[in-house]
Design a protein around this ligand. Structure first.
Ligand code: HEC
Ligand code: HEC
Length: 215
């Protein structure tokens, strides 16, 4: 059983490396031009992109640009934010479809601006067992990095610095099939498979509390 798991896992990791290296790209956006597209985002994500827990809107500052771009594209194409019951995802999907975001240039400019926002610490709101979470995180490090710093070559976002409540909410969405459901969403599908290692809400809390403890 262990062997099979390990084989499936290394196949996953190899596949994601291939996909990601095909995807790896510079984001040639103009942050100055992107600034003019950002005011509509502030209502939920805040002027500095710090997020708003009451609205379920994540922090978007401090994230890797390739990932921010990809999420906006997933929302635009319907590969994220279309599953029944995913009200938050649907709200964001609607926001990704503004007329000025239809052109690749507009989108790249917006992403360049979001990436230029100053990173900020997020409040710790989740309780759990960091030691158990550390054990659970060992498998995550292959893609997200030992410090949760993210890895573009694996299409994996930065996790450290993201609000803990949002990380937990997204783990649940992957597990329930509200993310990583679309055939075109290779990274999301891989991540969805990875939530098999987190069998309870408690185990999700533990791993997120461990992520909170990283730099
Ligand atoms: C009406 C509120 C609202 C507005 C306005 C809004 N968003 Fe969002 N956004 C959300 C919510 C809620 C989520 C979380 C969706 C989920 O839970 O899956 C989200 C998620 C995201 C994500 C995914 C982050 C991640 O790590 O998964 C990005 C990127 C993003 N928004 C960027 C933007 C940008 C850029 C704008 C402006 C064009 C914008 N949003 C406008 C509510 C909003
Ligand atoms: C095989 C590589 C891989 C492994 C291993 C992996 N992930 Fe991921 N993870 C990804 C990718 C790729 C994404 C981005 C999916 C997308 O683009 O929607 C992601 C996204 C996430 C997100 C959403 C972040 C956000 O801002 O929305 C969380 C939370 C997460 N992973 C946590 C974990 C945890 C915890 C583990 C270990 C139990 C783990 N991941 C293991 C590849 C991986």
């Amino acid at each position: 059983m262990k062997l099979i798991k390990a084989a499936v896992f290394s196949a996953l990791v190899m596949a994601s490396g291939l996909i990601a290296s095909a995807m790896a790209q510079e984001i040639p956006g103009d942050a100055e031009a992107g600034k003019a597209l950002y005011p509509v985002c502030t209502a939920c994500h805040g002027v500095n992109g710090g997020g708003n827990q009451a609205l379920g809107a994540p922090k978007i500052s401090g994230q890797l640009a390739f990932y921010t771009l990809k999420q906006l594209q997933l929302f635009q194409s319907g590969a994220r934010g279309t599953v029944a019951g995913d009200m938050k995802g649907m709200q964001m999907a609607a926001m990704s479809k503004g007329p000025q975001l239809k052109s690749p240039e507009g989108l790249a400019n917006l992403v360049a601006y979001v990436s230029s926002l100053p990173d900020q610490a997020s409040a710790k709101t989740i309780q759990g067992d960091a030691a158990k979470g550390k054990t659970a995180y060992a498998v995550c490090a292959a893609c997200h990095g030992a410090q949760g710093e993210g890895n573009e070559a694996m299409a994996a976002p930065r996790l450290t610095g993201q609000s803990d409540w949002y990380l937990v909410a997204q783990l649940k969405k992957f597990k329930q099939g509200q993310r990583g459901y679309d055939n075109t969403d290779h990274g999301g599908r891989q991540m969805r498979a990875m939530t098999a290692t987190l069998t309870t809400d408690e185990s999700m809390h533990d791993v997120v509390v461990y992520i909170n403890s990283l730099n």
